[in-house]
Design a binder for this molecule. Structure first.
Ligand code: GLY
Length: 692
């Protein structure tokens, strides 16, 4: 039975038993307590808690999950046994106040023993120590005595939220395989493998650990598809099942290396990480230095290290992605529709880390002979992190092979010192620029027509803490020009990125643009020498500009939608507009309901679909007021103002950059809504391809 067969059999069984079959939810959960969807039930938390209506009393699906951070984290174990994955598929069925313990256990048992035909004698069941009811049901249905366990048989997705006792079914691979019964000291040996978990969701746990009964008694089950495949294909190692065998062949074809007992961990890690990275990016995660973006970056870099162990140079996961699409694209069409985008993002990540990986490994190898007591000094791990982009867990993974570890305390001390230095740096350069009283205000009047390519004169160069006449390739600098089309961070909108050119040659990569008073400061790294008086062509990264513009216009639509759905008193209290993402703070006295959030999101998407014209006009403040343009609470405006109007739904005073038609926003999706202080709520929203 292949993966495709098992998915079909599972869903057909539950459909025949009155369940509504729903597609997998996104890996990015609508839940601030989790980085990723860690189980099928994540999308139903609100239903269990009684704040959302169920779409049907019985539901089933196959859910994409990632467990690589927080309470559920299997990252460190991947590669070293045959059972762990960061990405996996979870088969699940749910009852929302419909059947309870008896119904759930009956169906699990029937599907396992009658439908997929497992030998009942090979199934061992466990129940929670307190759960006499489930124990009696097992006895009645199967004649089996359950093993009663405590902590293993209590389940929740996060530290807080719905939870309850559970009963697990384990498959026995037979006495030839080492390992003991569940709950015994050698339970991890591999003989008994958990194949299904029926959770009886009865309680809500708060931050202090208090349990409150949920409004209804629910069932939440989860079964690892990879483990079912292993059992049904009689493989002790999940990575030897059909799907993984095909992915591993793709790794062999790409690297020219055959799998052996010795290099098997690298094959497992690469195929596992291909799935985690590929699926996460297809769902909109962008590798970055924070939160889930950093988890994905770390996983990708770990995979590259294992490519290097196999002697492979160059692109790895981006080259393997088509094999993933071939294997799983029919079950998950988003892998296909997002293929171009995913491959491009992985390629960028791989290209930017490739040299760092080589050079970092050289540094690490030169340090190893000096290591005492098998502990690498934290300072070296920090240098690997800071200069070569090695996440701490990557260094630890490399050292694990050599039975070494990192001095984590001294690593953390270095991290803390660096944070303090960089905080001082930001304050420092602002003060330094403020001391340049002779510097004229930057003419940035062309910032709204981003495409100008007029040359501009370099007026001032700051390198470190020193203003210099010229600087060299590799220098981190801040530069002021006489005029610029770059938008410097203001009004909540983050500044532009881009390059400076001389002729066709790039001389500087601009990573951020800020404003100090009336001076626009371009911050970045030189790739060619630059001197005061040079004429450069400032060229904006138009992709990032467009992503920021659509986020900004979407912010205006969001405000209009909030006023329509909640009430006219809702007012903006702050915002951060970044490429494809919006953070919007507003005055409102209570949490929004799920329906209200949905109505706001639907309204914004309706206006996007209507492709309303967005006009950008400059006028005097009186005319703007007559037009009914909304002003920002507590903001001071000059005599001349810009008015941004989207169809007849929004009219605001605003100095930011915007799209010309709302259709350019593509899509908007509300990710979170929470309180940040009394009477002030915060919404985070994605737009554009990220929201898609
Ligand atoms: N939600 C049940 C499980 O993950 O085991």
């Amino acid at each position: 039975m292949t993966y495709n067969d098992i998915r079909k059999i599972f869903l057909t069984y539950f459909e025949q038993h009155g369940h509504k079959i729903v597609p997998s939810a996104s890996l990015i959960p609508n839940d601030p307590t989790l980085l990723f969807s860690v189980a099928g039930m994540v999308q139903w938390k609100g239903v269990f808690q009684g704040t959302e209506q169920p779409i049907a009393p019985r539901v089933a699906n196959v859910q994409k999950c990632i467990r690589a951070g927080g309470k559920h984290n299997d990252l460190e174990d991947v590669g070293f046994d045959g059972r762990h994955h960061t990405f996996f598929e979870m088969l699940g069925n749910w009852s929302f106040g419909d059947y309870f313990k008896e119904g759930a256990i009956e169906m699990s048992w029937e599907l396992l023993t009658k439908v997929i035909g497992l030998d009942p004698n090979r199934i061992v069941v466990t129940t929670h120590i307190s759960d006499d009811e489930a124990t009696a049901i097992w006895k009645k249905i199967t004649g089996k005595d359950a093993i009663r366990l405590d902590k293993d048989n209590w389940w929740s997705a996060g530290e807080t939220g719905p939870c309850g006792p559970c009963t697990e079914m384990h498959y026995d691979f037979g006495p030839d395989v080492p390992g003991g019964l569940p709950g015994s000291p050698d339970e991890d040996g591999g003989r008994f493998v958990e194949i299904w978990n029926d959770v009886f969701m009865q309680y809500d746990r708060d931050a202090n650990g208090n349990l409150t009964p949920l409004p209804k008694q629910n069932v939440d089950t989860g079964a690892g598809l990879e483990r079912w495949a292993a059992v049904l294909q009689n493989k002790l190692d999940n990575y030897d099942t059909d799907l993984f065998a095909n992915l591993k062949s793709a790794v062999s074809d790409l690297t020219g290396v055959k799998e052996t007992e010795e290099n098997k961990p690298s094959f497992k890690i690469i195929t596992d990480h291909l799935r985690a990275v590929g699926f996460a990016i297809a769902d909109g995660v962008i590798p970055s230095n924070a939160d889930r973006g950093y988890v994905i970056r770390r996983i990708l870099r770990r995979a590259m290290r294992h490519g290097q162990i196999l002697g492979h140079k160059g692109e790895l996961l981006s080259a393997l992605y088509p094999a993933l699409v071939k294997e799983m694209g029919d079950a998950y069409p988003e892998l296909k529709t997002q293929e171009k985008h995913v491959v491009e993002i992985i390629k960028n990540e791989e290209n930017s880390f490739a040299d760092m990986l080589q050079n970092g490994m050289k540094l690490l190898e030169s340090e190893l002979p000096k290591v005492n007591n098998n502990i690498l000094p934290g300072e070296i791990a920090f240098k690997l992190f800071d200069t070569y982009g090695f996440p701490l867990d990557l260094t630890q993974m490399i050292l694990r092979d050599k039975k070494m570890d990192v001095d984590v305390d001294s690593f953390e001390k270095c991290m803390k010192e660096q944070k303090e230095r960089s905080r001082a740096d930001t304050r420092g350069t602002r003060v330094l620029w403020e001391s340049q009283t002779d510097l004229p205000a930057t003419d940035d009047s062309e910032k709204y027509e981003a495409e100008t390519n007029r040359t501009a004169k370099v007026l001032s160069i700051l390198r470190g803490e020193e203003f210099v006449k010229s600087a060299n390739p590799g220098d981190a600098v801040e530069i002021a020009l006489d005029h610029t089309p770059f938008y410097g961070t203001q009004g909540g909108q983050v500044g532009d990125m881009g390059v400076f050119k001389i002729g066709d040659k790039i001389v500087m990569n601009v990573a951020e643009t800020n404003r100090v008073g009336n001076v626009v400061i371009h911050k970045g790294t030189l790739t060619e020498p630059v001197s005061i008086g040079d004429e450069v062509i400032p060229e904006i990264n138009l992709t990032v500009r467009q992503q920021t513009a659509r986020a900004h216009t979407a912010t205006h639509l969001l405000q209009a939608a909030l006023r329509q759905v909640l009430n006219e008193d809702v007012e903006q209290r702050g915002s951060k507009v970044a490429p494809d993402s919006v953070r919007f703070d507003f005055s409102f006295g209570r949490a929004m309901s799920a329906e209200e959030k949905q109505s706001v999101e639907d309204l914004v998407n309706k206006w996007i679909a209507q492709n309303l014209t967005v006009s950008h006009e400059e006028m005097d403040i009186e005319s703007a007021k007559k037009r009914g343009a909304m002003a920002l609470f507590g903001e001071k405006y000059g005599d001349r103002v810009r008015v941004i109007t989207a169809g007849d739904v929004s009219c605001e005073l605003c100095g930011g950059t915007h799209v010309y038609h709302t259709g350019e926003i593509i899509k908007a999706r509300i990710n979170k809504e929470k309180s940040i202080s009394s009477g002030i709520r915060r919404i985070t929203m994605s737009v554009g391809t990220l929201a898609e």
